[in-house]
Design a protein around this ligand. Structure first.
Ligand code: UTP
Length: 287
């Protein structure tokens, strides 16, 4: 079984739900307290033993490249003033550990992944949607990599949502269940609530075999006229092992405004340096 060494971060979406905040700043750079969403995703990948981070970017996303680069002036000035630089440590991705490719047009998530095909090569790889903020220890991808070592093949993270919400997501047809692992028998993108095979939705983390790139190569359009990753995965179910992992932790949909606020509050209330202050003003606001 080949190890999971590479992760793809598709960050070329337009982030229209957060306009005007995301007009000049990528959605993935919005902070949860004091760390951008993309940093949490990269930290989660590292914890899972992943070495190479591949970002699929687009126009207006250069802040992500700057974030993971050395900030020479900042670091020099901070050290001259005797400030602690350790806070910048997680932002260091050495040149051998990251790569950037451009998706020139936002043709869909499946197309964004396909743009990384040459760097991924012929090995299984992970995918992170950074606006799905997965919070827990061990992290979601670590839990998935552990499951991968047991069952191999393809894995996706899933979670249960109220049935009326399924039409915004990829939904699985579940098979046999064994603890946190569920066999995946089918996958459909954004079904109508009445047609949905379950209320288990795909939640932003994947481990896929490289054959998915060959399916994506055909560039077939699906829901919303976009090239959908879900459709490509659905084609692989009959020929390869496919499992879903239910994440033991919390998930916040930071692509939506309410989910983003919820994540900020949840993390702030866990932070020893600010929890008391935040709890006090939150209680005050709720009065
Ligand atoms: P979303 O559906 O959340 O779209 O994409 P979005 O553009 O980021 O945000 P809204 O809906 O306009 O507010 C899911 C993930 O797929 C990436 C996005 O960056 C996000 O991580 N994506 C989507 C691409 O990289 N390219 C695409 O063409 C579409």
């Amino acid at each position: 079984m080949k190890p999971i060494r590479k992760a793809v971060f598709p960050v070329a979406g337009l982030g229209t739900r957060f306009l005007p905040a995301t007009k000049a700043i990528p959605k993935e750079m919005l902070p949860i307290v004091d760390r951008p969403l993309i940093q949490y995703a990269v930290d989660e990948a590292r914890e899972a033993g992943i070495e190479q981070m591949i970002f699929v970017t687009g126009r207006g996303k250069s802040a992500i490249e700057d974030h993971f680069d050395i900030a020479f002036e900042l670091e020099k000035t901070m050290s001259e003033r005797g400030k602690d630089l350790s806070v910048l440590e997680p932002t260091r991705l050495g040149p051998g550990n990251c790569a950037y490719v451009r998706q020139q047009e936002p043709l869909g998530l499946g197309h964004a992944i396909w743009c990384a095909r040459d760097i991924v090569g012929d090995e299984p790889f992970a995918i992170f949607l950074p606006d799905e903020f997965m919070h827990g220890s061990p992290g979601c991808m670590k839990q998935m990599v552990d499951a991968y070592h047991r069952v191999g093949g393809n894995l996706i993270s899933v979670l249960e949502v109220p049935h009326e919400q399924v039409s915004s997501y990829g939904v699985i047809t579940p098979g046999a269940r064994d603890g946190a692992l569920t066999e995946v028998r089918g996958l459909v993108e954004k079904p109508k609530a009445e047609d949905a095979p379950s209320n288990l939705i795909v939640s932003g983390r994947y481990i896929l075999q490289p054959e998915v790139m060959r399916v994506l190569q055909r560039q077939e359009k699906g829901a919303g006229g976009e090239i959908q990753l879900t459709d490509a995965m659905a084609e692989m179910i009959d020929s390869q092992a496919f499992h879903a992992v239910t994440f033991d932790g919390a998930r916040y949909d930071c692509g939506s405004k309410a989910g983003y606020i919820q994540a900020n509050l949840a993390v702030a209330l866990e932070r020893p340096d600010m929890a008391d202050e935040v709890r006090a003003f939150a209680l005050d606001l709720l009065k």
